[in-house]
Structures are given as C-alpha cells and as structure tokens.
Design a protein. Sequence first.
Length: 235
Amino acid sequence: MSGIEDILANNRQWVATKNAQDPEFFKRLANGQQPRYLFIGCSDSRVPASGITGTGPGEMFVHRNIANMVVHTDLNLLSVLQYAVEVLGVQDILVVGHYGCGGVAAAAANKQYGLIDNWLVNIRDVVRLHEIELLRIKDEQQRLRRLVELNVIEQVQNLAKTNIIQNAMRGDKPPRLHGLVYDIADGVLKDLGINSLDVADELEHIYATEAPHEVDGDANSYEGPNVDPAKEAGE
C-alpha cells in the first residue's frame, strides 16, 4: 500500500472522462499554455483555485502561499509574477483571500508559532497600518473578516509596487489587478472593487523606476543613474 492509490485511481478516471468528452484535450494542452489569469491565493486546502473560479487546465496560472501574501523578498512569487506577466501575458491577476484564514488569525493572535512568525509579520504590518479601524470592530470574528479583506487590499498594492507591474503598466495591455475574498461558508467570491489603474497611478511616483539603458548596443551594461540621487534630493 503506497498511500496514494485513490489519487492514482482518480487520475485514471479523470483521464478517461476527459478523453471521452474531448479526444484532443491532452494534445492541445501539450502544445503550450496561454492562461488569461494569474491566481495568487492561500495554500488552504479548502480553497482550490480552479474549483472556486470554474476554470480548467490551461486557463489559470497559480501561485499559493500562507495567507496569499505578496512579499517583495519572495523570489518564488516574483518569479511566478514575472513569467506570468512578461512571458505568458496574463490579462488579469487575482489576489484571493478567504474568510477563516488560519494565517490571518495567527497573525492577529499574541502567540509565537516558530519559523512561520517571520512570514506572519507581513500580516502584522497590515494590522499596524489599519489598527484604528480594526480596534473599532468589537466582534472578534468580524474583526478577523475585515483583516482578511484589508490583507488582500494591501497585497494588491504590494503587487502594484513591483517593477514587474510598474513596467507592465507602461505597456499597451497592462494586466488588471483584482482583490477577491472567498467565503468558505457559502462558496461565494466577493470582489473588493479595487481599481488597478488607480492603485498603480497612486504608487507610481514612488515605486516606478527606469530600466537600465543600453550602452554600445549592450542592454546588460549599466552606467548607473544619470543624476546622483543624493544631489537630486538636495543633500
């Protein structure tokens, strides 16, 4: 007994069903992918990316971590984001949180959990930024639900701060950024109504930077900034 018999049996059944429905299904998938969406969600097993969005294989590129975070030192996330935007050309990027998120609840608690505390500090930063609003909510469950929403909003803003998104926003077809929250209790996705262009414009004057310019035809050569940043700041 290997422990994965059910997984293998389910796979064979899925393959048989797909082939019966569409004999060319796997041949098309093998030719490459061109997903419309990038899904950045929580690792929670109750929040399956394809299941809650009604998308199939090849339609959605997926990155998941604890509490659907966009952390600027996370090379995994940044690699996924760059590939999705610059190679696959996704049209919509979804940051999807969920009510009842264990990561959010852990960040809100006054406890230590070990290694993961270093990750949860990013959510505690969200608490710090919105402390007054959260303190006004007396009911603990409602406060946690609101923190889930605020965390998603902050992660969308973190997306907009990356040079990957800032550069894409200068292009002809910039990706749209969305913040969604999934309610496990009823299965419904809630759109937080984030306007990605407004978010990008609001942050552009601080986070937008220029890419290195070419020197003698070598795009990899970089001579440094044209103006000393210290002098430019009047120092």
